[in-house]
Write a new protein. Structure first.
Length: 694
């Protein structure tokens, strides 16, 4: 469904009913909305309207990009600068939680204060406002058999989703979602997925293992994948690059993907969006080519140019790829490939799957940490107050669903993992548009755990620009809990007891395996041993959730639950919220994710949610900024924090490290909004640190 424009007393609100995002633009008076053609903008958009106004105010401080009638960028205006352009035809990129353009024929003056960005126009200027959702879904389905040769032909069509073969395809908005795969009796690739002739092919021995590993690289290069005796990349000029690597085929594919993507990001600075890029400044001295020359090369020649640089030369400059996906080389995983490929994940094929139910070895340490007070207890229904004897349960076994294991590199270098069945991704792309506020369901099924309820009550829905509706439930029965689970909501925060038989309710236990439909988009099951029940919720329709593997101590769970609630409310994805929460408490090591861990429940105030790590040394203060991707903010975008020493943009999700700052600069940065700050091993909030001497 397309974004919608709605007039307000102050201007225009743009609503994305799929991602549940809102963007409020203020004008210098009430406006009426008139229909406008999407062809008037010249960039990919979903919907457009015309308004007449003399000014537009953005709800936060933000960069504004200005292009002339030829689409040439004429100005980049960060919040710290101003721009005054003479009368002309301009397209302003004023994107926030959606891609938003404003086309005007007017003089333009842009400036910011500490809270908002202002765009001044000539009086009574017609503005064509247009928007596009960041939500991606496949354009259709390819049918394939389980024969590796047919699967190779199917993934050869993935590159048809690329909107360009220039280096700009590193921007996520120019990489469309690959078509879905469906297992059938014969290979059928619809004509609309005819592959562009890029002149690149990848030859591999015809096995599912090799095909799975090479799928993301083939998609990004728009390459044909064909059977061959030895794995190598071959271009139409007969250039050959072997996948022979002492660390194995998987590693060779990973290296090529990292190398080509990274160098495309560097040379795209010569293109339509010439951002001053940190990655270019860092690596330019060792490049054996001129970026401006490489930018103009055809794809085949550019790939050859990139691969001529030894990997060992680039390795010190390549950022951690962060996302790795692991699964088995069997036919039941074929249908995962479009979703893994869309993430540009590194694929690691393994013969034996990881066991996500094995508790972390820090479990005992976590429990000891939080049992100094003998009055504390674990949140296991079998070890605390059991009420009722009714049990709605048919099985104590986790659902038998093919699942991939996805892992991210956390702040401290540890692994953050998620068990993701295919149904999680299917539920995500099949989401129904929805109007109204973001709906949060908070359930407290044990009176002894009201401390957490009190800590999160009032956390959800504190964003002025976003309407929330939070419903609190106490001590639900099994039937009432089933009704809440089935309700069409955005997030469910469960506080209570869970064991292998299900959720503890006031009249017994409810096993989620018996629930046919789950309507909540995402969830936190803040109870012991909730991993299995979380998987059942995913199977029944949810997209992603945070769960536990073993027992968690109540006091630790209160701390983790409260912090995760605050982070999700600020727009962090599930894996990002868990990563930060794990820095606060060792109990966080007991939490895992199920489903799509990039899921968010609210838009970020900063477009790219990020955490700030403050390091105090004798020589001064340094800062690291860690960004988090999400389902709608993917790899390849750029960000630049409004921190004075930072003058360059970075590619998401690369961290910006070791920024030397003064107390004054840090204080100014804290005023930009509310975000998590890791200080002396504890999570603090930027707005709380404004008056402290860091």
């Amino acid at each position: 469904m397309k974004p919608k424009f709605e007039p307000t007393e102050a201007g225009v609100e743009i609503i994305d009913p799929i991602e549940r995002h809102r963007y409020q633009l203020t004008t210098n008076g009430p406006v009426s909305l008139e229909s406008a053609s999407t062809n008037q903008i010249g960039f990919p958009i979903d919907a457009a309207v015309a308004v007449t106004t003399g000014s537009i105010t953005l709800p936060t401080t933000d960069h504004v990009l200005i292009r002339d009638s030829d689409k040439t960028m004429v100005a980049k205006v960060p919040p710290s600068e101003q721009a005054d352009l003479s009368h002309g035809e301009y397209t302003l990129d004023i994107s926030g939680p959606m891609k938003v353009y404003a086309k005007v024929d007017s003089p333009v003056y842009i400036y910011s204060d500490s809270e908002k960005t202002y765009i001044s126009l000539a009086d009574s200027t017609q503005v064509i406002l247009s928007a596009r959702s960041f939500h991606e879904r496949p354009a259709g389905t390819i049918t394939t058999t389980t024969d590796p040769v047919d699967v190779m032909a199917a993934i050869s069509a993935f590159g048809s989703a690329l909107k360009t073969t220039t280096p700009e395809r590193t921007y996520p908005t120019l990489r469309g979602h690959p078509p879905r795969l469906e297992i059938g009796d014969e290979l059928y690739i619809p004509d609309k997925f005819d592959q562009k002739e890029t002149g690149i092919r990848i030859e591999i021995p015809a096995t599912l293992r090799n095909t799975f590993v090479v799928a993301p690289l083939a998609y990004y290069l728009g390459a044909d994948v064909v059977p061959g005796t030895s794995p190598e990349l071959i271009t139409e000029s007969n250039y050959r690059y072997s996948f022979d690597c002492e660390d194995g085929f998987d590693t060779a594919v990973k290296r090529i993907l990292r190398q080509v993507f990274f160098l495309d990001c560097v040379v795209r600075t010569e293109g339509t969006t010439p951002f001053p890029l940190h990655e270019r400044k860092m690596v330019e001295s060792v490049l054996e080519f001129e970026p401006e020359v490489a930018y103009d090369q055809p794809l085949v020649q550019r790939v050859e140019t990139f691969l001529e640089i030894p990997y060992s030369t680039l390795q010190p400059y390549l950022p951690d790829w962060q996302l790795e996906t692991r699964f088995e080389p069997t036919a039941e995983y074929i249908e995962f490939l479009p979703f893994v490929t869309n993430d540009l994940a590194v694929v690691k094929v393994q013969d034996e799957p990881d066991d996500p139910s094995v508790p972390d070895p820090t479990a005992k340490k976590a429990i000891n940490e939080f049992t100094r007070d003998s009055s504390d207890f674990v949140r296991s229904a079998s070890s605390h107050n059991i009420r009722g004897n009714k049990t709605i349960s048919t099985s104590n076994n986790p659902p038998q669903l093919p699942s991939i294991q996805q892992s991210w590199t956390g702040i401290d270098g540890t692994e953050i993992t998620s068990t993701a069945p295919l149904v999680a991704y299917e539920s995500s792309i099949g989401r129904t548009p929805k109007d109204g506020p973001i709906e949060i369901e908070v359930i407290c099924n044990d009176p002894d755990m009201r401390a957490e309820l009190e800590s999160v009550n009032g956390t959800y829905g504190t964003r002025k620009e976003l309407p929330f509706e939070t419903t609190i439930h106490y001590e639900l029965t099994t039937s009432a809990l089933a009704e809440v689970l089935a309700r069409d909501s955005d997030f469910l925060h469960y506080i209570g007891h869970i064991d292998t038989e299900g959720f503890q309710c006031s009249d017994g236990k409810l096993n989620a395996a018996t629930v046919d439909t789950v309507g909540t988009k995402a969830f936190l099951l803040n109870a012991c041993q909730s991993h299995e029940q979380g998987l059942h919720l995913i199977k029944a329709g949810s997209i992603g959730g945070i769960v536990t593997l073993g027992n968690v101590i109540n006091s630790g769970a209160v701390s983790i639950g409260s912090l995760i609630a605050q982070l999700l409310n600020l727009g962090f994805p599930l894996y990002g919220a868990l990563d930060i929460a794990r820095q606060e408490s060792v109990v966080g090591q007991q939490y895992r994710m199920v489903g799509d861990a990039r899921t968010t429940i609210a838009q970020s105030e900063t477009r790219i949610p990020n955490a700030c790590l403050v390091n105090k040394r004798k020589s001064g203060i340094s800062v690291d900024i860690v960004p988090y991707i999400s389902a709608d903010m993917r790899r390849g975008g750029v960000f630049s924090p409004y921190l004075d020493p930072v003058e360059l943009y970075n590619v998401v999700p690369n961290s910006i490290t070791d920024i030397s700052v003064t107390n004054t600069q840090l204080e100014k940065f804290y005023k930009e909004g509310k975000f998590p700050v890791l200080l002396n091993g504890k999570v603090r909030w930027s707005n709380e640190l404004l008056s402290t001497n860091v």
